[in-house]
Design a protein around this ligand. Sequence first.
Ligand code: H76
Length: 472
Amino acid sequence: MKKKIVLVIAFFVTLIASAQEAKQELPLQYGATNVGKRQDAAMQKFRDNRLGEFIHWGLYAIPGGEWNGKVYNGAAEWLKSWAKVPSDEWMALMKQWNPVKFDARQWAKMAKDMGVRYVKITTKHHEGFCLWPSKYTKYTVANTPYKKDILGEIVKAYNAEGIDVHFYFSVMDWSHPDYRYDIKSEADSIAFRRFLTFTDNQLKELATRYPTVKDFWFDGTWDSSIKKNGWWTAHVEKTLKELVPGVTINSRLRADDYGKRHFDSNGRLMGDYESGYERRLPDPVKDLKVTQWDWEACMTIPENQWGYHKDWSLSYVKTPLEVIDRIVHAVSMGGNMVVNFGPQADGDFRAEEKALATSLGRWMSQYGEAIYGCDYAGWAKQDWGYYTRKGQDVFMVVFNRPYTKQLLVKTPKGTQIVGAHLLHGGSLQVVETARNEYNVSMPLVEPGEPFVIKLQIKEEKGAADKYRDALT
Ligand code: H76
């Protein structure tokens, strides 16, 4: 009997000891560098911008998803891979790179009118073609009939409109003979070291040629070769931060000492913001953990086309309303949203994208107050839509109009609603219906678009409680 008790005690002692051990921090050389959210002005600007425009533009815009008469439904910027096109054949597309309709100032104007505060532009996608005249490869705009530095023109034109420019950069480079998917031999390791030096050079070149760049967004960083070289991802983050004061870097770049990506082996976010939300969003009720760190989501307008694809009928294309829904949803959970555009090879945007930009711009110019600089409000989500918050202003962005004509609002303890009005409209009736529960009356608004209600609130701790819970 005694023996049994001793055994049971020993078992629990071991259990507790191992649990404590699990809680211990792993010492990391290449783990997270920030403690919590960055609070400096550059990060605050990144966050306040909230809405961005993604642009995927490269040689893939020329075939637009079709190779040798066959149309591939996969992402157009991956066509080289789907159709197994050899590199020299793919790079021969450079001879056709002549976007005569490209007008950076027009692009920047469209972006401004649509209400985006920043643009993320593909400096180099997986194919390896550079939109700037890089010294380190022959696969650049300089060696095309068009010749001009596209990236330079974009930076200048967007900055002139007051729009921040972020650089998308794919580490994986299908055009480079030294790129490796994995390191399996000494030869691989030597080649890949050369590739990393080449990449360092290109990144330094970008940071110094275009010093107003605000952010580097890395992609193509998921291969084993990179996971085995976590030190290099930490080195890139450090180097760019030294070269460009205030620059922000996405989590996708990073791998730690053990090849753990995005979040290090101690569970801390690497880089400045999480960039894993691609073509999906957090669950608005369950995933509130995302409010603990900065994050940015990005989305395509069709199901999965980033670069220009000639046939958008092959997948579902989101409506402007669905795009607005995703933007508001992201902001309501403390994140940014980037909407992607894939310009045509001639430098113009397809009609569908222009139409979307117009709709988006119309909505943003009316209701942007509930987006820019706004954050997670911390109020329980209701079925009519989403809350956002900026300081003492709480916004209700209403997508679903209840038949009852009453919008239910449940406030946190100590928070009272003292007034409500339609943004750019009159005040609305607010009735307190229970403890921390209110009905805000539906305004008379044209059916069609989501609208915004701005609430006046009073926050006081320990206010008298006139309500009684039911005895059950
Ligand atoms: C996979 C993948 C890439 N990541 C997206 C942002 C696009 O660039 C897509 O090609």
